[in-house]
Design a protein around this ligand. Structure first.
Ligand SMILES: NC(=O)c1ccc[n+]([C@@H]2O[C@H](COP(=O)([O-])OP(=O)(O)OC[C@H]3O[C@@H](n4cnc5c(N)ncnc54)[C@H](OP(=O)(O)O)[C@@H]3O)[C@@H](O)[C@H]2O)c1
Length: 227
């Protein structure tokens, strides 16, 4: 049987690397800034900055040339900024949008031509609809990503476009890695692991749905303290 091909953007991150270590049945093509060039029979990886349309285009073309098809794209790229609206400057705000929104735009534009009947899986966030103090750039970029994905779905009815909106996932996205505790009982609340997100991707590949939510967000809640 011919092996299918999965492309993972943000493949070096907490969620992305967990995706990469799974899905043995696929050829895999891995992109993020900190990866270096590697190629063998079933894998390709390279340093790709999704803000650079030319790099995304070249990587997607090289993937298609090497494996002959692109069947699943998983976007795990994301950056966060932890500053209030008062303190964040325009450049910092725009740089979150450059990666999370315009990076996604570059990926959508370059992969859609190969993806007919395939899957586009995007990792969004519950923060696309639940605001959090000091996360204005991140929350609003996630809301923009969510709408971009919705329009992409309308424009490409032959592609199964799934948006996963996780709550807090235990990864290096969070600069301080604080954990949520119930203020009354001081019991630590359960947070998602990258594996939980991968399990959700697996279930979407079996039974695609447009939008799914998993887990919870904790920042900004009165009943929770972060330590
Ligand atoms: N962790 C959470 O609590 C949580 C919750 C909800 C949603 N999410 C979303 O899940 C996705 C994955 O997050 P994560 O938790 O796995 O975070 P992470 O560990 O920080 O991974 C982020 C990934 O994005 C890549 N990246 C950043 N800027 C890039 C750029 N310009 N070009 C290419 N790649 C770039 C990073 O690789 P390089 O630095 O090597 O480029 C890394 O592979 C993000 O969209 C995040 O918003 C996370």
């Amino acid at each position: 049987m011919v092996k299918k091909t999965m492309v993972v953007f943000g493949a070096s991150g907490g969620i992305g690397s967990c995706v990469v270590s799974d899905f043995q049945e696929y050829n895999k093509s891995l992109a993020s800034r900190s990866l270096s060039f590697y190629s063998d029979e079933t894998s390709l990886s390279d340093s790709v900055d999704v803000r650079n349309a030319g790099q995304v285009k070249s990587f997607v073309e090289r993937t298609h040339e090497k494996f002959g098809s692109i069947d699943v794209v998983v976007n795990c790229v994301g950056v966060i900024n932890v500053k209030s609206i008062q303190d964040i400057d325009l450049y910092e705000f725009m740089s979150v949008f450059d990666t999370n929104v315009f990076g996604l735009l570059n990926i959508l534009k370059e992969t859609s031509r190969y993806l007919e009947n395939g899957f586009f899986i995007n990792i969004g966030s519950l923060r696309d609809a639940i605001p959090c103090r000091n996360r204005a750039a991140y929350c609003s970029s996630k809301a923009a990503m969510c709408m971009l994905i919705k329009v992409f779905r309308l424009e490409h009815p032959s592609i199964k476009v799934c948006n996963i909106n996780p709550g807090y996932v235990d990864t290096d996205l969070h600069p301080d890695r604080k954990y949520p505790y119930d203020k009354k009982t001081m019991e630590r609340k359960e947070v998602l692991s990258a594996r939980d997100v991968v399990d959700k991707i697996k279930s979407l590949l079996r039974n695609p749905v447009d939008e799914v939510e998993i887990g919870e967000v904790f920042g900004g809640r009165d009943d929770i303290c972060l330590m």
